[in-house]
Design a protein around this ligand. Structure first.
Ligand SMILES: [Zn+2]
Ligand SMILES: [Zn+2]
Length: 377
């Protein structure tokens, strides 16, 4: 059983970036292997807190963790040697350690890479759909600007026929060690910027990057019943890795546009329908258009009160990946007539004179009950 990441750092689920950083810094100072030489327990704790911090400081990873827990990082995302979600394996922690302490030590931050291969960045794509589209589901074609592996040099960054050379400064490791106070800090090699290799003859197309930017067309399946705020992950559809590293993931952040007539609550829909005072009193019928493209008749009985709710079974939203369908609730509002003519006013006065307590039991008894309750004159 893996420990909860928030618990590991000793912060609440709502901790902001500053709190996370502060908590990590405190724990890292205590458990850093350089301060606890030979202590395997401290090293394990240090890796755990590093992993927790690395995950939670990244808004995308944090969102994935909040939604799916540790399972978010167990399938797919770990592919390739470049890291991916989960990250802090052996050696992986020096990166975030630098991230936190880099400013304190007066150094900058460099992304860690091994052997020059680096995992591509995750990409975010915001998509907005209508409630009707969420109802029926759709296949959306999207165009994603992304970098892909350069076809001329096959991602090596070196001109075809030449090869990248092993960096002389770091002997290919991409990292150099330097003493900083009581810490011994591993830093990104300044010569090769962590690649471990230098390219003397860069590829003409990608200028040594090993990747080029292109727009790709992707088809995304939006299932029926999808909810506002859903994230869809397309594994490996993110940015290409650097110099042959694995690609990142593409996240589709889905939002459902507010609807003119319907409010949604999970699989149920709500629609507020204003009817006239006379319809409410005498009874009547009206039709509502529903998302399945048909209409449903609602019968209002005589003496319907404001706030009365009618349920149309199976006229709500489909439930994701099931055959269930929610309901549609019609909520009645009663509109009081305005701009009366002389004749209408006369008729209503006459109606009022003919009214008895039985016509309005609620309002007729209300004030006397209130008086009694508060014992006032
Ligand atoms: Zn190239
Ligand atoms: Zn180097």
């Amino acid at each position: 059983m893996k420990r909860d990441l928030y618990e590991t750092l000793g912060v609440g689920k709502t901790a902001d970036e500053k709190e996370l950083k502060g908590a990590f810094r405190k724990l890292a100072m205590k458990y850093h292997p350089d301060k606890n030489p030979g202590d395997a327990e401290a090293e394990k704790t240090f890796k755990d807190i590093s992993h927790a911090y690395e995950t939670l400081k990244d808004p995308q990873k944090r969102a994935a963790y909040d939604r799916y827990g540790h399972a978010a990082f167990e399938n797919g995302g770990m592919g390739g040697g470049g890291g991916g979600f989960g990250g802090a394996g052996a050696g992986g922690f020096s990166d975030i350690f630098e991230d936190i302490f880099g400013e304190m030590m007066g150094g900058g931050r460099q992304r860690r890479s091994s052997g020059g291969r680096e995992r591509g960045a995750d990409l975010r794509y915001n998509m907005e759909i209508s409630l009707e589209e969420a109802y029926s589901g759709k296949t959306a074609q999207i165009r994603v600007p992304t970098s892909i592996t350069c076809d001329v040099c096959s991602g090596s960054g070196a001109k075809p026929g030449t090869k990248p050379q092993t960096c002389g400064t770091c002997q290919g490791s991409g990292r150099v060690r330097a003493a900083q106070g009581f810490f011994s800090i591993e830093r990104t090699c300044p010569t090769c910027h962590g690649r471990g290799q230098t390219i003397t003859d860069p590829c003409g197309k990608c200028h040594g990057q090993g990747r080029v930017t292109e727009e790709r067309s992707l088809s995304v399946n939006i299932p029926a019943g999808i909810e506002d705020g859903t994230r869809i992950r397309l594994s490996g559809e993110g940015e290409a890795g650097l110099r042959g590293g694995p690609a990142g993931d593409l996240y589709i952040f889905l939002s459902v546009k507010p609807h003119e007539f319907y409010q949604r609550d999970g699989a149920d829909l709500y629609c507020s329908v204003p009817i006239s005072m006379t319809t409410a009193a005498l009874g009547g019928k009206f039709d509502v258009a529903t998302l399945d493209g048909t209409k449903s008749r609602v019968s209002v009985p005589e003496g319907t009160q404001a706030g009365k709710q009618f349920r149309l079974k199976g006229k709500g939203m489909p439930v994701l990946r099931s055959s269930q369908i929610g309901d549609l609730y019609i909520q009645i509002q009663i509109e009081t007539p305005q701009k009366l003519t002389k004749r209408q006013r006369e008729l209503l006065r006459e109606f009022e004179e003919l009214s008895s307590k039985d016509n309005n039991p609620e309002s007729a008894g209300f004030f006397s009950r209130m008086k009694d309750f508060f014992d006032i004159e």
